[in-house]
Structure formats: C-alpha cells, structure tokens
Design a protein around this ligand. Structure first.
Ligand code: DGY
Length: 323
C-alpha cells in the first residue's frame, strides 16, 4: 500500500501528480486556510504532510500518530516545534537554495523603493500631486557607494552582499553567529559586532531566522544606535523585530525609512501604524513569490517528502532534526 500524504496548501498540478505517483495523496485545494478540525481529521492516518506555515506543535502531532515527515514549502521553519517533532520521531524538511536569488532581488527592491521613495512617489503621481516646481520634497537617499549591514549572513545574505558589491559598489559589513571567511575574501565583507553594524550602516538588512534567541533582537536599544538617515529592511520573520520599537523609530525620526516583507502578524492588522506612514514600504511576505521559484520550491518540497516516505534520505532535513 502506498503511504498516505496530505497536502495542506494547493500546489501546482505537476507537483500533485508527482506525489500521487508515489503516495496515496489528498490536497486542500483552496487559498483559504484549512480549518483546524479538517486538517486534524485528514492527518489521522497520514504519514506525510506537505505544507507551509502550518504550526506543527504537540496538538497537531497528537492528531497525527502515523506522521513521519512534515515537508515545508519554505526555507524558514519557525512553524516547527523542533523539540516535539524530535520526541515523536517526525522529520522536518525545507527548501533552501532555490529561492536565494529571488529573495535577494526582493530585498534590493525594498532597499531601492525605501531609499528613492518609489512606492510613496508612485502614489504621489497617481494622485495628481505632481506639479511644476516640485524639487527637494521628492529627494531620496543614494544606494550606491553606501554601507550595507547584513544581519544573518546565510545563503540569502550572501546573495544580497553580491548584489551590493557588484551592482551598487557598496561597502559590506555583517554580523552572524560564525564568521564567513569565504564571503569576506570573495566580496570584501567585514565581520563586525552587532552594535557596530547598527551604528555604521546606511542600510540594515535583517535576514536571521526566527528562533527563541533572535525574537525581538531588534528593539528600542538597537534602533537608538542606528543613524537617523538609515534604512531598515526586514525580510526574515516579523517577530525578529519589536514592532512597537520599529514604529517608534519611524515616528520619532530615529531612522529614515523601512522596507518590510514580514510582520508580527500576517496579514498585518488593517489599522497598524505601519500602514499609515509614508516612509514605510510594505509588501505581503512575497520574498520567494515568483512563478518559477514557487514552482521550484514545491518541487523540492515534494521530493523531500516522497524520499522520506520511500525510506530514502531526503536532501533537506532541517539541521536540528538531522540524526
Ligand atoms: C521562506 O521560504 O521562508 C520565505 O519567507 C518565503 O518568502
């Protein structure tokens, strides 16, 4: 008998067909989130779950006694309760590599849009506010030949650094758990302590994964160290930043602007202050959201899933659940 799999988010037909060739497969085929009771019911005899963002905690796992693997269609896996999964012998996989360039592109989109006020001035033109004589009120800040500080020099951080160096002649400083000598040699990036990075950077790009240690790692103290002209970009997870401190920094002029792909709550509350400020560029967590990359991610995730269920070693078991 083929292993039973549940797919909790719609995936492209070819991905569904691939999983179906190897497994007895059902899919939640709606863009609305699957209700918890329906998911739990589907997981009663499932051995594999293909999803993204679904909270994999003790409650879910207690409804899925046969589960062997949860395959995330994302690189981030802060939705995994790693301790609980380890205890129950459930493997977790993710989709690194395929999205690195796509997310780095978006980060540069946020940098450029915040610095040159592209989103704000697009609204300005479309609202018919563009008159002869407009001048300094349209000025922004240069990106080229400035200093970029990258917090979290992983694969995506490296792609951002590459764009910064070769596309924009920027000086690169970074902070990371470990020094990255290869990247230093290749891109001239310099390792610095976090405080120094915050003080010196014109652009601060937060790319660290969300863990207990990184939750709210950027808060009031950190914003107080930043230059008044600096631009803060977050494309990691919303909870790495204390959103109240970010709003305070933007409101009080502690920083010039922010570009945000991620938020504490997603979707963001409709009445959030962040949505009322002209110096904030917001996008709805679209770091990896291109047709090609999302398809590639779904392919990688489905392969990870099928490999586990066929008794093979998948390519992308998340570090904490290896062995
Ligand atoms: C991921 O895959 O974790 C990213 O947040 C997608 O944009």
């Amino acid at each position: 008998m083929n292993p039973k799999v549940f797919i909790a988010k719609p995936v492209p037909r070819e991905v569904f067909d691939y999983v179906s060739e190897n497994c007895d497969c059902k899919m939640w085929d709606s863009d609305d989130d699957i209700p918890k009771d329906v998911l739990f019911d589907e997981l009663r005899d499932a051995e594999g779950l293909l999803t993204s963002g679904t909270k994999i905690d003790s409650e879910l796992l207690s409804h899925a006694p046969n589960l062997k693997v949860v395959s995330n269609i994302s690189v981030g896996y802060n939705n995994f309760d790693l301790k609980e999964m380890k205890k129950r012998g459930v493997l977790g996989t993710n989709t690194p590599y395929v999205l690195d360039d796509t997310v780095a592109d978006l980060i540069f989109g946020l940098i450029l849009s915040s610095a040159r006020r592209i989103a704000e001035l697009d609204r300005y033109v479309k609202q018919g506010k563009w008159n002869k004589g407009d001048n300094e009120n349209l000025f922004g800040i240069d990106v080229h030949h400035s200093v970029i500080g990258i917090i979290g020099m992983g694969r995506i951080g490296e792609k951002v650094a590459k764009r910064a160096k070769f596309g924009f002649d920027m000086d690169i400083i970074y902070h990371n758990r470990h020094k990255k000598t290869k990247i230093e040699n290749k891109l001239g990036a310099k390792y610095v302590e976090l405080d120094e990075l915050l003080r010196k950077s014109d652009y601060i790009v937060l790319m660290t994964p969300l863990t207990k240690e990184t939750e709210h790692m950027i808060s009031y103290n950190e914003f107080n160290l930043m230059k008044k002209t600096s631009i803060f970009i977050n494309a990691s997870r919303g909870k790495t930043v204390d959103e109240a401190a970010l709003i305070d920094a933007l409101t009080c002029g502690k920083i010039f602007a922010a570009g945000l792909d991620v938020f504490t709550n997603e979707p963001i509350e409709k009445d959030s202050h962040l949505l009322k400020m002209d110096n904030v560029v917001t996008v709805p967590h679209i770091g990896s959201a291109t047709y090609r990359t999302r398809l590639d991610m779904a392919k990688v995730a489905s392969k990870n899933l099928v490999q586990v269920l066929l008794g093979k070693k998948p390519q992308n078991i998340v570090t904490e659940l290896k062995d």
